[in-house]
Ligand binder design. Sequence first.
Ligand SMILES: Nc1ncnc2c1ncn2[C@@H]1O[C@H](COP(=O)(O)OP(=O)(O)OP(=O)(O)O)[C@@H](O)[C@H]1O
Ligand SMILES: [Mg+2]
Length: 331
Amino acid sequence: MIELEGVHVRHRARSGGLFHRDSVHALTDATLRVGQGEIVGLVGESGCGKSTLARVLTGLQKPTEGRMLFRGEDLWEMPAARRRQEFGSSVGVVFQDPATALNPRMPVGRILRDPLDVHRRGTVREREERVEELLDLVGLPGHTVRSLPGRLSGGQRQRVAIARALALEPELIVADEPTSALDVSVRAQVLNLLMDLRARLGLGMVFISHDIQTVRYLSDRLAVLYLGRIVEQGAASTVASAPAHPYTEALLSATPSLLTDTERIVLTGPVPSATNPPTGCPFRTRCWKAEDDCATAFPAATEGGGGGHQWHCVHPQPAAALSATHTRSTS
Ligand SMILES: Nc1ncnc2c1ncn2[C@@H]1O[C@H](COP(=O)(O)OP(=O)(O)OP(=O)(O)O)[C@@H](O)[C@H]1O
Ligand SMILES: [Mg+2]
């Protein structure tokens, strides 16, 4: 449904002198596919470019370079009206913090009706029915329709945000850390709701989190981001059980799993800056396996093990190294 081909996003740095303005490499050469009805988990630590990638996937951010294809067509070469109508109604987005994502002065009913009004869906009566249906779908009582977001709990607000994302019956929901601003006690409820909706509506989903343990069981495929680069991707079960990239290994070991007894890998060394990323592999400054060859060029994609598993590392974990079938050269 969506394909990113060599997508870069560079921002002007907020700091920097008058004559010299650095650029922030928020996303570098990202290639990713999201199939119909598929759940793609996107993981990486703070500042690695997850939200930037979410903004690209939802059409809020135009790539500085590279292409974003929607059903095989370049989104940014479509006439603006078609982009808004066709793409805008096919992809819904749920942001991290429901407190800022919802207009505090609008009652829930209007928040949910807004996309229906903008896209002129059905009659006024039908729109009202759809609002009731949406509340029901996310498990909120009918009287919520008159509430202001400020009167709701965090979990209820996130349900409203999810209902709004579903208003136009999208095929894909991009959820950018949808539970990280919520109390631990309601996180599981919101996750369960998303998975239940996915099963009932056959939605595709891009699920973003800094916690690989949360995402691995929900996703069909996983992509791991480090400093603006997708360093590994593949079937979730493969990436999580036989990671190739040392960074993925470190992420997996950071949160203890109940099932496996892994030794915790503590990363040392400075977190490099996205304004001035290191040459070669961006992870080499913190990687315990790094050698001189890691500094020369960003490693080409190596594929192995099937299921589209690929990684960018010249010293991968041994199991993956054995399964490697071929290395594609990249620019
Ligand atoms: N509009 C902008 N102008 C300048 N720099 C930006 C802008 N937006 C993002 N960045 C920078 O781009 C990089 C990636 O940011 P992004 O928000 O995508 O990361 P993230 O993975 O979502 O982080 P978090 O987990 O904290 O939400 C960061 O270094 C960030 O400071
Ligand atoms: Mg973010």
